[in-house]
Design a protein around this ligand. Structure first.
Ligand SMILES: [Fe+2]
Length: 284
């Protein structure tokens, strides 16, 4: 069995979501799905999810898992919608419960039961999931967030936001539960994998206007990553990362993304006037 990887680029959020499939067994999983959301109007759409559903349909693939590499702060997940349409299981790190508890308190979210129950599979470090005649290995890679995982299957590693392409480096570590020193260790874990393993990124912001890129090898990453490479020391990285994080703006979709993603992509219930809302905390 050989797996095939089909990337889908969501331009508005610079997210790359993957449909990974075995074209013989006709089984598939999705990594880091996206729900279309317009912050100005509040309009929710499912066109990106439908691009992936159409792909599954055309290729006669049965979706078995929907993975979230972490609770994203920059885009909304369509995991719940994909689950409704396919019956696939939503799989996340068991550490998502800590993220839920934090943000349930922050948003005073009375609709959320913060026990991970809105997801189907809560994954532990080094856990293995059967997929066709192979296995998906779960690697806990905290740092960007405490619930970050990487998925390893047949020499391919879906790294979430633990690494970006070498010319962009790493993602911010200043969200609650994030930690630059911890990210350094997590990247070292990925860089310790065989050099020919392929890393698949969750985001690409096309620095300098270069063409979209989302895949490199372990060797390319550890030789050339802007922030953590063969030459990097922990103290240098932490200093660079924390300095940069101090300059970064709040992600445009932070509040809606977190509120929806800790519910596995379920939108807030409609209130008694028939309207659903997202909260924005006032910094006063
Ligand atoms: Fe992220």
């Amino acid at each position: 069995m050989a797996i095939t990887i089909e990337p889908f680029f969501h331009k508005q959020t610079s997210t790359i979501s993957y449909v990974v499939f075995d074209n013989v067994a006709k089984l598939a999983f999705i990594v880091d799905s996206v729900l279309d959301f317009d912050i100005e109007s509040g309009k929710v759409a499912k066109s990106f999810a439908h691009d992936q559903l159409d792909f599954l349909l055309v290729n006669c693939l049965k979706l078995v898992y929907i993975f979230e590499t972490h609770a994203h702060a920059d885009h909304l997940t369509s995991a719940n919608y994909l689950r409704e349409k396919t019956g696939a299981k939503i799989a996340v790190s068991a550490n998502v419960v800590g993220i839920q508890k934090h943000f349930k308190a922050f948003f005073n979210d009375t609709q959320l039961i913060a026990d991970g129950g809105c997801f189907d599979l809560l994954l532990d470090d080094n856990q293995q999931l059967d997929f066709s005649d192979t296995r998906i290995n779960i690697l806990s890679v905290p740092g960007h967030t405490n619930d970050s995982i990487a998925l390893l299957i047949d020499g391919n590693v879906f790294v979430g936001d633990t690494l970006f392409m070498p010319d962009q480096g790493t993602a911010r570590c200043d969200f609650p539960g994030g930690d630059a020193a911890t990210l350094f260790s997590s990247v070292a874990r990925i860089h310790a994998l065989p050099e020919n393993f392929k890393l698949w990124m969750c985001h690409d912001y096309q620095p300098g206007g270069r063409p979209l890129a989302y895949q490199c090898t372990v060797k390319e990453s550890k030789d050339n990553n802007l922030h953590i490479n063969n030459e990097s020391t922990l103290s240098e990285f932490v200093s660079v990362r924390e300095k940069r994080d101090g300059t970064l703006p709040v992600p445009k979709l932070l509040y809606p993304a977190i509120q929806v993603n800790i519910h596995a992509g379920k939108l807030p219930k409609r209130e008694d006037n028939g309207q659903a809302f997202i909260k924005i905390p006032l910094m006063i």
